[in-house]
Design a protein around this ligand. Structure first.
Ligand code: EPU
Length: 441
């Protein structure tokens, strides 16, 4: 069984390169499957989600050459339009294979995707949107979507709520459809724009107009291209908070501060600051007291849902009462039970919200009487060691941060979760001075 053993309290210092974004590379791999020419991706993080995605691509006929952080993907033909249940169900991004399968082979058999255990994570808008483009989609009781459509046609589609991968699904579907597609109320997440950039390099004609409107002229075929994945803003925030909590002398390289501006605004409200050097490396630090904050997670450009777990660890060290209100996923506070084992004073509650069906991005009807959408963190509390479990990727980063700070030796299980999205996390933390051991026995 894999585990981390962390002895907390060590100061961190040095330089860490922020990896390419997980939530871009997974979609770039799908885009690469839309052509029979080679697509080269650079700055690819070596994480298990990429590994699983490539396993599936190889299974249906893709040829992969991988050297360090560069990937060359060639898919001469798609030999199998059924994704394997077990691998595909591990990742939400696997649902994006509808487009290459349908556009190249006319049918697709895709399992209802999994991903992190943070909510119901439906794909109803994906299915609805693809149906408007002439794709026929049915389900059976085996957990698969069965899609067919030889003639995918452009359509006008308005998303009823923000959906990051839903927007990507429709862009991928439309890029080689017949005619024009106009998507409105699209997600503004920068990862979506990286997918657009890559598809356009491959010969696509995708334009973001007026922010939330995206206009796509279908092209007959796409060709090979080379694209460098930009930095992962979630990984950057994880290291930024690690630095702030443990000495403030860690430089983050290869990350654009613009992507982190909402985080930086809140970080300053919490008493922190950021220094940018001539190479645009960033150093996050807090010199005085950490101040309590009141955060509501939001769609881009707001404070990201993925940042709230690490932020909660920071707030355990603030003097006073902080609030985090999660509006994107209905069940993203599983880490709270772990932090409580370490002595954190956190209460789950449901804030009063007018019209919750509209206010929340998730489907309010998926909630039970047990679901809680906010937490109150009472600080400052000295965290102590515990035996901990990672419940999902960002919750994994959260418990690692808490253990790095805590007094004593913590043991963390569930390492597969962190390996999904953080390249060599333990090794990079160790290089910064953390006392962390990875054990696989
Ligand atoms: N939703 C629906 N129906 C849909 C689509 C979405 O109800 O058809 C709901 C979801 O259940 C969720 C909310 O809408 O409650 C937001 O979903 P969205 O589609 O915007 O996000 P996602 O595809 O689930 C991606 C990232 C997440 C990141 C969010 C927000 C990928 C593979 N995942 O998720 O990343 O938190 O956008 O930016 O791109 C992570 O990296 O750990 C992670 C969870």
């Amino acid at each position: 069984m894999k585990k981390y053993i962390i002895k907390g309290g060590k100061k961190l210092s040095g330089t860490v390169k922020i990896s390419g974004s997980k939530n871009v590379v997974l979609k770039a791999i799908v885009a690469a499957c839309m052509t029979n020419e080679t697509v080269t991706l650079e700055n690819v993080p070596q994480i298990s989600d990429v590994h699983y995605m490539l396993e599936m691509v190889k299974d249906f006929g893709g040829e992969i050459i991988q050297t360090q952080n560069t990937l060359k993907i060639t898919v001469p033909e798609i030999k199998d339009i059924r994704l394997p249940l077990e691998t595909a169900a591990k990742m939400r991004a696997s649902s994006l294979f509808f487009a290459p399968f349908l556009l190249r082979n006319g049918s697709a058999e895709i399992p209802n995707p999994g991903g992190d255990r943070i909510g119901a994570r439906r794909i109803d808008m994906h299915i609805d949107g693809l149906s408007k483009m002439g794709v026929s989609i049915t389900t059976r009781d085996d957990g698969y979507f069965y899609a067919s459509g030889d003639n995918i046609i452009g359509a006008d589609y308005a998303f009823k709520k923000n959906t990051h991968t839903g927007t990507e699904q429709m862009i991928l579907g439309a890029v080689m459809a017949k005619g024009e597609t106009i998507l409105s109320n699209c997600a503004l997440e920068p990862e979506v724009d990286e997918l657009i950039e890559l598809l356009n390099l491959m010969g696509g004609n995708v334009k973001r107009e007026n922010g939330r409107t995206i206009r796509i002229q279908g092209v007959e075929k796409l060709h090979g291209a080379k694209y460098t994945i930009k930095a992962d803003r979630n990984e950057a925030v994880t290291f930024a908070i690690a630095s702030a909590l443990l000495g403030g002398s860690v430089w983050l390289t290869d990350v654009d501060s613009y992507l982190l501006r909402e985080f930086i605004d809140e970080f300053r409200k919490a008493g922190g600051d950021v220094e940018e050097n001539e190479n645009h490396d960033l150093r996050f630090f807090i010199t005085g007291k950490i101040l309590p904050t009141n955060i509501t997670t939001e769609i881009y450009p707001g404070f990201m849902t993925d940042w709230q777990g690490p932020w909660c660890v920071l707030m355990t060290q603030a003097e006073g009462e902080s609030i985090i209100h999660e509006t994107i996923y209905e069940d993203r506070f599983q880490y709270v039970y772990e932090l409580k084992k370490m002595g954190a004073a956190i209460e789950l509650f449901n804030p009063k919200v007018e019209n919750p069906e509209e206010f929340y991005n998730f489907n309010y009807e998926d909630c039970t009487s047990e679901t809680r959408h906010a937490i109150k963190i009472i600080g400052k509390v000295e965290l102590t060691n515990a035996v901990l479990e990672m419940h999902d990727l960002r919750a994994g980063a959260t418990v690692v941060l808490a253990s790095l700070l805590a007094k004593g030796e913590s043991v963390i299980y569930g390492i597969d979760q962190i390996e999904r999205g953080y390249e060599r996390f333990d090794e990079r933390l160790k290089n910064l001075g953390a006392d962390i051991e990875y054990i696989n026995e």
